[in-house]
Design a protein around this ligand. Structure first.
Ligand code: PLP
Length: 242
């Protein structure tokens, strides 16, 4: 096996084992958790090796960067995990299999129109990003605005609202993020009581806190550094909203 592929097979196994342990601690089924490997800043040859190692759901946070990878790294599903500007929405719909960062109704309306053109008959999976902690540095709907947003997005025929997404607070200890994750799960429960068509997905948890997120009900974890290694600091300042 190619050295890079062996490296990623090991990294994948390690992260999956940690997810499985968190599931065991919280009485959850490990099959209910999807690992999204966040490949931002990783060069395309490493991305290809990651796919060959079985990391077949990948996350990117910039449309431009994804445009250089998605067409030349086949065999994976791609999630957008960064903020989406309206002028890049068409390209995003062409490239990505899911948009995890739906943060305005205006963007939803645009994505709905574009999805109807680019992929007719195949509604685009989206997650509503919620800014649980009202952090000024983060995008997403305030929890109080989520009910109206869910109703508006559910009315759009070319989008499929699979659930909610949040970014945990930047913290010293992973435990500090637990309250945020619990709030997102509670919000999902109350929204789904109102709107049964809202999907059950909860995308929460990154390298520093994904185990806590799984304990609190995450169905999607977005893990970058624990798989691809530390990112260059300068690149991260731009690429990572936290
Ligand atoms: C970069 C990023 C991740 C992955 O972060 P790591 O700390 O490297 O695991 C997850 N989600 C979002 C939204 C990101 O921007």
């Amino acid at each position: 096996m190619d050295a890079d592929v062996a490296f990623f097979a090991r990294a994948r196994a390690d992260v999956l084992a940690r997810i499985a342990a968190a599931c065991a601690r919280s009485g959850r089924d490990v099959a209910a958790v999807t690992l999204v490997a966040v490949s931002k800043t990783a060069p395309v040859d490493r991305v290809r090796a990651a796919i060959a190692a079985g990391l077949t759901v990948l996350g990117e946070n910039r449309v431009q960067e994804a445009a250089g990878k998605v067409p030349v790294a086949p065999g994976a599903a791609w999630h957008l995990v960064g903020p989406l500007q309206s002028n890049k929405a068409r390209r995003a719909v062409e490239l990505f299999d899911a948009i995890e960062t739906l943060d305005s109704v205006e963007l939803a309306i645009r994505l709905d129109r574009l999805a109807g053109e680019v992929r007719p008959g195949r509604p685009l999976p989206v997650l509503l990003q919620v800014n649980v902690d009202a952090d000024a540095a983060k995008a997403g709907f305030a929890p109080a605005d989520a009910p109206g947003a869910v109703a508006a997005v559910l009315a759009l025929p070319n989008l499929r609202l699979d659930g909610l997404m949040t970014i945990g607070r930047l913290a010293i200890s992973p435990e500090d993020a637990r309250a945020t994750f619990r709030e997102l799960r509670d919000l999902s429960d109350s929204l789904r009581a109102l709107h049964p068509e809202l999907g059950p997905e909860l995308s929460m948890g990154m390298t520093d806190d994904f185990e806590v997120a799984v304990e609190e009900g995450a169905t999607i974890v977005r893990v970058g550094r624990a798989i691809f290694g530390e990112r260059p600091r300068a690149a991260d300042a731009v690429a990572d909203p936290r």
